[in-house]
Design a binder for this molecule. Structure first.
Ligand code: ATP
Ligand code: MG
Ligand code: MG
Ligand code: MG
Length: 479
């Protein structure tokens, strides 16, 4: 099955079971100071779970574009290194708002995986909340019993609060969850294993694909749990991981989600994917990062020097450095991946298709701007490593790289790590603080139409205006 078919099969399956298929929310979250980017399918339904928004349909399903690069969920460091964490990914989800509960959710996830997608039953593990006495949380016996109808007990793993109990915050709706893992080890690897039940952390080829959260409690301010009057189901399945399983690959990057991008990168770089690990990582990182950057821009977040915009700029600069150092690109090229991506998502997330020229231009300009200082910065960095021998990049130098050459601090950290060095982060923050004090003393210059801002000034993105490129009208879907 292709990715498009796999995505469609999920949505069709839940549509047939009475779910309304709703659009993905934008990847960029506006008007929520607690969250910069959508990091899970449930984000757009938060107010329903809190009882602050009415339920229009009690069963919905969708595919949500997510970004996990900041806050509690930050997978940036794993990307390109492991085979199944991405910055941007699609989370397929089905929800019940006070409608069906564990019995149906469990039976349907089993039916979908084993009968529609035909994953061999003996390759599936599930985890169930073991309970936590100290916290007064009961074991999820109900889920255990429902799973037992499908899965032999030795493949039902009891999990702790960290992995198998979900809470929105210190108070509010919460409940146990059941994760589904697929064992993609070869028969030889399986035979060599010690036979114990496996979940994702134990073997790189046993991966978590789906999480089913059962919201059944409300935690009060005094810490006690009350049963929720209306119980909810909230599920999330990583599409790229599912595709990898169904296409029988050992890495998400070998699927039709990433191969068109990777093959294009390889051709442009005159390199072959799969021959040199450093080159491969670079290709994977670029293929991953362009997805995150493109969707963020298409959804209204231009790269900038502040907040969410700076997160996007950092991701893009990280990709540019990988392409420069490991693939030898001295000219902008990452932007050329945008049309490929837009084609892949045609008819799925049309936001990208309809704005692809604009998105490509923004990426091109960002690339060109960073490439102007990247080489000098890298030369300075290499010289620094040669002329110092304490294995620690000083805070002042890390700050200089940022201030003069535009190297985000996490890029300097990454480059240091590649050489077995660390960065004096306390020193870096001190230097940064001193610069902020200096620029606060200087005022912004008001020139009429535009306010010239210092790099360190705090601005908030309020919408696109006429850019030097073309006039862009930003559209948001009302949700
Ligand atoms: P993991 O333990 O692998 O980091 P998670 O427990 O943090 O995953 P959940 O928050 O349960 O993930 O999200 C639901 C599903 O979304 C996961 O089961 C997985 O399939 C997918 N997923 C989560 N993070 C990523 C990511 N960074 N890249 C791709 N898919 C992801
Ligand atoms: Mg995670
Ligand atoms: Mg997990
Ligand atoms: Mg999980």
């Amino acid at each position: 099955m292709t990715t498009k078919e796999i995505r469609k099969a999920f949505l069709d399956f839940f549509k047939e079971r009475g779910h309304e298929i709703v659009p993905s929310a934008p990847i960029v979250v506006k008007n929520d100071p607690t969250l910069m980017f959508t990091n899970a399918g449930m984000n757009q339904f938060k107010d329903i779970f809190l009882g602050e928004a009415p339920v229009k349909s009690s069963r919905v399903a969708d595919t949500q574009r997510c970004l996990r690069v900041s806050g509690k969920h930050n997978d940036l460091e794993e990307v390109g290194i492991d085979t199944y964490h991405h910055t941007m990914f699609e989370m397929l989800g089905n929800w019940s708002f006070g409608d069906y509960f564990k019995k149906e959710a469990i039976a349907w996830s089993w039916e979908l995986l084993t009968e529609v997608y035909k994953i061999p039953k003996d390759q599936l593990y599930v985890s169930v909340f073991a309970g936590d006495e100290a916290e007064g949380l009961p074991k999820d016996n109900e889920a255990f019993d429902f799973w037992k109808q499908f899965v032999p007990e030795e493949r039902i793993v009891l999990g702790n609060k960290k992995d198998n109990f979900w809470e929105m915050g210190e108070t509010g709706p919460c409940g146990p969850c059941s994760e589904i893992h697929v064992d993609c080890r070869t028969p030889q690897e399986r035979a060599a294993g010690d036979g114990k039940s496996l979940v994702n952390a134990d073997h790189p080829q046993v991966i978590e694909i789906w999480n089913n959260v059962f919201m059944q409690f409300n935690r009060l301010k005094n810490g006690s749990l009350q049963p929720l009057p209306a119980k909810h189901v909230d599920t999330g399945m990583g599409l790229e991981r599912l595709v990898r399983v169904l296409q029988n690959k050992t890495s998400n990057y070998d699927t039709d989600v990433f191969q068109p991008l990777i093959q294009f990168i390889a051709t442009e770089a005159k390199a072959v994917y799969g021959e040199d690990e450093k080159v491969d990582i670079a290709m994977r990182v670029i293929a991953d990062h362009i997805r995150a950057v493109s969707f963020a821009i298409a959804d209204g977040q231009l790269p900038s020097n502040n907040k969410a915009g700076y997160v996007i700029r950092r991701i893009l600069r990280r990709a540019v450095r990988y392409s420069y150092t490991f693939l030898g690109f001295k000219e902008p090229f990452i932007n050329k991946l945008v049309p490929i991506l837009a084609d892949q998502f045609a008819g799925v997330f049309t936001e990208l298709e309809s704005q692809k020229d604009f998105v490509q231009k923004v990426v091109l300009e960002e690339e060109a701007a960073f490439l102007r200082t990247l080489e000098t910065g890298i030369n300075r960095f290499e010289k620094y490593l040669q002329t110092n021998d304490n294995q620690v990049v000083s805070g002042n130098f890390a700050f200089e790289l940022q201030d003069t050459f535009g190297f985000p601090i996490d890029l300097t950290e990454l480059m240091a790590r590649e050489n077995g060095w660390t960065v004096d982060m306390a020193g870096y923050h001190k230097a940064l603080g001193e610069q902020k004090d200096r620029s606060r003393a200087a005022t912004s210059v008001d020139t009429g139409d535009w306010i010239i801002l210092k790099e360190s000034d705090n601005v908030e993105f309020v919408g696109y205006d006429k850019l030097e490129i073309e006039c862009l009208i930003l559209k948001y879907r009302k949700i």
